[in-house]
Design a protein around this ligand. Sequence first.
Ligand code: P6P
Length: 336
Amino acid sequence: MSKTRFMTLARFIIEQEKLHPEATGELSKLLHDLSLAAKIISLEVNKAGLVDILGFTGEANVHGEKVKKLDMFAHEVLVKAMDHGGHLCAMASEEEEGLIHIPPYHNIGKYVMLFDPLDGSSNIDVNISIGTIFSIYKRVSPDGKPGTMDDMIQPGFKQVAAGYVVYGSSTMLVYTAEHGVHGFTLDPAFGEFLLSHENIQIPKRAHIYSINEGNYLYWHPGLKKYIKFLQEEHKEDNRPFSSRYIGSMVADIHRNLLYGGIFMYPADSRNPNGKLRLMYECNPMAFIVEAAGGRASNGKERILEIKPEKLHQRMPIFIGSEYDVKLVEEFLAREE
Ligand code: P6P
């Protein structure tokens, strides 16, 4: 990889293609289209409080357009950015029940993309970091025809690329296409994503745990014991851990990816499948964290090997530093 201060996302993708001849230029162009959508969404997210786009006012904005929720805005930006490049045969969004087909006047490609356009959007009104999550698979149905649900409902290990954009103190795009996890920070001065975190590796052991402790009463007994274990003092074991929970999965996992940590959204007695979506949140994040040397399970099975049944199904998730995800799995197994 050439050493340059201005390693843009586009240049990095081209140089990656040279390093990995099996990589197809199509995936690179797809990521490029996605980065444009990310810039547009970032612009709106960062001025949301100013143009009254927050919440759902139902009134018209200064342009006379009906003001939408920011997550619907992000959904529409992504669909429009991705529907004409000729790389996809269909899309699926957390904001839409069914498949999103490619308009008949556009070329049909050999990939599908699933995305959560703005995860954590309830945090927008209080200026907390939120994110876009995307997941890309190669189609399994015959080429040249519109995509089908079979193209979407694939186990996570079949992904060819996955990533997220975190709209925080800066806007960062983090992705993996099976050759390392790389982070790019948006320079708003000239609207380019510049390589800032090459080949991210998550620390093998954590000292941060992320979970909504307000649900403690409803947890599995093994999880209660695990969290109490993390809160005990044991200097050699780096305990007690620090508790860090933003309530925005992308922001929580991004911090844990860089610092080490375990993020948990477990099943509980009220929500037997947890809250997060397998296809839009768990699979892409698991693909990224595993590519960075971490681990992701539902407490028993590897997330990426779970056979999906429905597009919007929920899945418990324990994800982050390998040692710590293995340990919580042991605590859960002991109390089966
Ligand atoms: P809770 C945001 O609404 C979200 O989908 C994730 O981004 C986040 O991790 C989780 O839900 C927070 O859920 O129940 O702790 O508020």
